[in-house]
Write a protein that binds this ligand. Structure first.
Ligand SMILES: C[S@@+](CC[C@H](N)C(=O)[O-])C[C@H]1O[C@@H](n2cnc3c(N)ncnc32)[C@H](O)[C@@H]1O
Length: 152
């Protein structure tokens, strides 16, 4: 087995969701929920100049999941898919990636919209959202087929 890697959270998500059943799932699910990315005070300086970005990547830990499956059964399809072709929480390295809209900042607290994490989720990193991939070059793989089958 490869060497383990140790990360320390830079903060935690304050979310309206206390249970996974409350988080929208499946085809067409909208993630509009607002919450707060609460950084530990010692990392506040790292937020300098973040206010000019409309969206952020949030890297976080699926801290309430045990184990992983190499084949996942996403709520968007009746068929199984390789875990690395899905956004399943049950992955070998349980790292989540969410794009949020930055609404405002109050010191080490960022108000954001678009969260899909449970309250108290550990945050591993934040980065400004930037994409240079033209939208017409983006393929949606099995998800596009599943949506077509479901008439979406
Ligand atoms: C499908 S995953 C996608 C997460 C992220 N957008 C990604 O692509 O990595 C979202 C689901 O993860 C689960 N979840 C959210 N926060 C979690 C946590 N802290 N620990 C374990 N599972 C969590 C919930 O069931 C939620 O609906």
């Amino acid at each position: 087995m490869a060497q383990a890697i140790l990360f320390h959270p830079i903060g935690h998500v304050r979310s309206p969701y206390s249970d996974t059943s409350q988080i929208p799932k499946g085809c067409g699910a909208q993630h509009d929920a607002e919450g707060v990315l609460e950084l530990l005070p010692e990392y506040e300086q790292g937020l300098t100049d973040i206010d000019g970005f409309s969206h952020l990547f949030v890297l976080w830990l699926f801290d309430r999941v045990n184990g992983f499956d190499l084949l996942a059964s996403p709520p968007t399809d009746t068929r199984q898919h390789g875990v690395f072709a899905t956004r399943s929480p049950r992955r070998p390295n349980p790292i989540g990636l969410t794009v949020v809209r930055l609404l405002g900042q109050d010191g080490p607290r960022l108000r954001v919209a678009g969260i899909d994490m449970l309250d108290g989720t550990p945050i591993l990193d934040l980065k400004p959202y930037l994409s240079s991939v033209p939208i017409d070059e983006v393929k949606r793989g099995w998800l596009a087929e599943a949506e077509a089958r479901q008439g979406q």
